[in-house]
Design a protein around this ligand. Structure first.
Ligand SMILES: [Zn+2]
Length: 214
């Protein structure tokens, strides 16, 4: 069974199996090149996260680690796990956090890095984001500088996110030159958000590389 042939309803009972299928789908789209990217889903009090350095297109359930509240982190967890765990800690409504290095997300994050945010407005597809009702709304996608000190980066990002109020924020952020983090109440929501982000980024790149103007 190829990833492209998987049914849309990939959320099945076993949470680790869900992450295996998400990895296959992301790999089929070229979103997680060279073992990059990582995915997590909350299941009750536990958070299931993909392990470090695995090819996301050929994950098995052995490549998924469970983080249990109050217990030490398992060894071999994705190096970027602190960014996932910080999101769950900040917002208990979050049920899944997906991170990809899609070329469109990386290019857009780099192109707009000095603005520290990307504004989306006028696009029908922005309604794919939970809570967004109109193409006329202006949606903010924060952009943070990259860092190899991931725990410090997680603290800095959450500190800034907690102070962003008064505007409509997308369910995701960019790390400049690195990639996209997106989340949702469920794995389906987070996946829909990934698809919408990537399509919107590709649309913006079209205008960035042609003489046309949006
Ligand atoms: Zn990454």
């Amino acid at each position: 069974v190829t990833a492209a042939a998987l049914p849309p309803a990939f959320l099945i009972a076993d949470t680790a199996e869900t992450l295996v299928r998400i990895g296959q789908r992301a790999a089929a789209r070229g979103w997680v090149p060279a073992t990059s990217g990582n995915f997590s889903v909350k299941d009750g009090e536990s958070i299931y996260v993909t392990m470090s350095g695995r090819d996301k297109g050929s994950l098995t359930t052995d490549d998924v680690a469970a983080v249990h509240a109050g217990l030490p982190l398992p060894t071999g967890l994705s190096a970027e796990a602190p960014l996932h765990l910080a999101r769950y800690a900040a917002d208990p409504r979050i049920g899944a956090v997906f991170h990809i290095h899609s070329p469109a997300a990386v290019a857009i994050s780099y192109q707009h890095r000095s603005q520290e945010e990307l504004l989306l407005q006028g696009w029908e597809l922005q309604k794919a984001f939970a809570g967004v009702r109109s193409h006329e709304q202006t949606i903010v996608v924060p952009i943070f500088p990259n860092s190899q000190q991931v725990s410090d980066l997680a603290l800095a990002i959450e500190s800034q996110l907690s102070r962003l109020t008064g505007r409509t924020f997308a369910p995701g952020y960019l790390i400049a030159g690195h990639g996209l983090y997106a989340w949702g109440a469920s794995a389906e929501d987070a996946w829909r958000h990934l698809e919408a982000f990537d399509a919107l980024f590709q649309t913006l790149l079209y205008f960035a590389t042609s003489s046309a103007q949006p």
